[in-house]
Design a protein. Structure first.
Length: 580
């Protein structure tokens, strides 16, 4: 491709650091970094990388950056590399380190903004892998509102034990089985050694793959790029395409908020539901909306989910992994199914084409079993719901995939930390019929809102099925069972969950969207003070002091939107189709 002169209708932001006699010192630095006379008039594109050698999710992203840079150069831009952090959920899960995970989302978004704004760059490609890096990149683009896109490093391939394909979900469940005495140490090591065969993010429709699909359907990632597995040879061409596309978006003056609208957020929420995706998507989509100033909250996520059945048979509730979805037809096929059924609206995408035009090119593999149809879905109800009630006045998010339970009533078993709950499960102190309550794990109380995968996986591994779990923390996309997280207000903020005692009877009613308790919580409030036994320091203290409720996306920006309680509007395009 020939180089293009810079003709962005919005002007070249980078002129502030490259043009005129007063910028001679800046140009001197840039010459040392490789720029030449011909480069100073080109759009400068940030290639922001979350590469790290600590995790398979991100360990290959440095290689992908080479392809992105090549695409930028080919399209007439000049690439500028930056790095930011990653905190790996799979490694930190069940440890104090997991407190850093959600906090890292804000740090990553902040660092992208600082690097790009500090150098007045014209556009940005965010190369992402692990769970929080994906929404963080979208949040940064929403905040800055400059041309950019998000490029996901791709899913890991399945691990194998004999003929069986496994993922990291199986490792967490094996830990529970080992604790129950139904798996020996050799069996645990065999699963541990086989589950993660190389580069790529967790293989099911867990949070990383969920958010990669969500950003594609939202339009912030080019259709097809995120689907390609990490080790697939086709990944190189997708990186080069992303580099070219970001320069095209700069030249066209297409800023990020063009793709972050009420309709596109609805599309993303519907895709999460259709794929049986992670409940974390509710937290992340509302955070992206808040950063973009779009009126879209948890109740909108619920409405999109109510309207969209599960059509993908993916783990953790189903049979297949993300690599199987890619082979079956990928996000493009899922999008076509939703478009044909009128569940989503057409919208622009960073490819330069409309969402429906992209979906129309789906190629469905013969006899594939991964993606069903809307008329004959895997599950007639969506993959999650937002519920309210005595325990969660501002809402909680309940996972609906992987079970058919609509109502659960049982006595509370209350724990003030994830560790206490995990040890109780492993010791057999939690039984069938119980409602496990894990509190003081919310955004402020953790601080950091840890995921409870270790507990839910241990329950499954031990064969404890008739149990519910509620928490002001989160759940991993790999969590399985009748679980409700994001309970708001959280315990540390004096929310009702802090007032629950062992033995209280709790009722979770999915049909009526309620989570209630059989005692007068206001009577207990007299003389009550939240547990403040966890002093926070450094970035953890800064986060606890500024973070909003999970019902507001747990963002740290000033003046987040108010929690949205049972009030929503269906996007006009969807409403018109439904009326018809």
């Amino acid at each position: 491709m020939t180089h293009h002169p810079f003709t962005s209708p919005a002007g070249r932001r980078s002129a502030a650091i490259t043009d005129g006699p007063s910028r001679a010192a800046a140009r001197s630095y840039l010459r040392a970094a490789g720029m030449q006379d011909a480069d100073f008039g080109k759009p400068m594109i940030a290639v922001v990388n979350t590469w790290s050698s600590v995790t398979p999710c991100n360990m290959h992203l440095d290689r992908l950056a080479r392809d992105v840079r090549a695409g930028i150069v080919c399209a007439g831009g000049f690439p500028v590399d930056f790095n930011t952090i990653v905190v790996t959920d799979g490694i930190s899960m069940g440890t104090p380190g997991m407190k850093a995970s959600l906090i890292s989302r804000e740090v990553i978004a902040d660092s992208i903004e600082l690097a790009v704004e500090g150098h007045q760059l014209d556009g940005v490609v965010c190369i992402v892998g692990c769970d929080k890096t994906i929404p963080a990149a979208a949040m940064a683009l929403a905040r800055m509102d400059i041309p950019g896109l998000v490029y996901y490093g791709g899913t890991i391939m399945p691990g194998r034990i004999g003929a069986a394909e496994i993922s990291v979900q199986d490792v967490f469940e094996a830990i529970g089985a080992h604790g129950a005495g139904t798996m020996d140490a050799a069996g645990l090591k065999a699963v541990e050694s086989a589950a993660c065969p190389g580069a790529g993010a967790c293989g099911g429709q867990f949070t990383a793959n969920t958010m990669a699909m969500a950003l594609t359907v939202m339009g912030l990632s080019p259709m097809g790029a995120n689907d390609v597995p990490a080790v697939d040879p086709a990944k190189a061409a997708e990186g080069e395409r992303c580099g070219r596309l970001v320069v095209e978006r700069v030249l066209a003056g297409d800023n990020a908020r063009k793709y972050i609208t009420r309709a596109s957020l609805w599309n993303a929420a519907a895709a999460v539901s259709a794929s049986g995706g992670s409940t974390n998507a509710v937290l992340h989509l509302t955070a992206i909306a808040a950063e973009a100033g779009v009126d879209f909250g948890v109740e909108d996520c619920n409405a999109a989910c109510e309207a969209t059945p599960v059509i993908c048979d993916l783990k953790p509730g189903g049979r297949f992994l993300a690599s199987h979805l890619f082979a079956a037809g990928g996000t493009r096929l899922v999008t076509r199914r939703l478009a044909e059924a009128g569940k989503i609206a057409d919208a622009p995408t960073v490819s330069g084409r409309g969402l429906f035009a992209e979906a129309a090119e789906a190629e469905e593999a013969p006899r594939q079993q991964v993606v069903a149809t809307v008329s004959a879905p895997v599950s007639p109800r969506g993959s999650y719901a937002v519920i309210y009630g005595d325990v969660a006045p501002e809402g909680a998010v309940i996972k609906l995939t992987g079970h058919r339970v609509d109502r659960f009533e049982g006595p509370a078993c209350v724990f003030d930390s994830e560790e206490d709950a995990f040890h109780a499960v492993q010791d057999g102190a939690v039984g069938e019929g119980d409602v496990i309550v894990i509190r003081y794990e919310g955004p402020r109380g953790g601080p950091g809102m840890r995921e409870m995968l270790q507990v839910t996986a241990a329950l499954k591994g031990r064969g404890v099925h008739d149990v519910a779990l509620i928490t002001d923390g989160r759940f991993s996309g790999a969590s399985y069972g009748f679980v409700a997280g994001h309970v708001s207000p959280e315990a540390a903020a004096g929310g009702p969950i802090a007032l629950i005692r062992d033995g209280d009877r709790i009722v979770i009613d999915v049909t009526n969207r309620r989570i209630d308790i059989d005692v007068d919580l206001e009577e207990r409030r007299a003389g009550f003070a939240p547990n403040v036994a966890r002093p926070a320091h450094g970035v953890f203290a800064k986060y606890a002091a500024s973070v909003a409720s999970a019902a507001q996306g747990a963002v740290t920006i000033p003046n987040p939107p108010p929690a949205q309680i049972r009030a929503t509007r269906v996007p006009a395009d969807i409403a018109a189709h439904e009326d018809a």
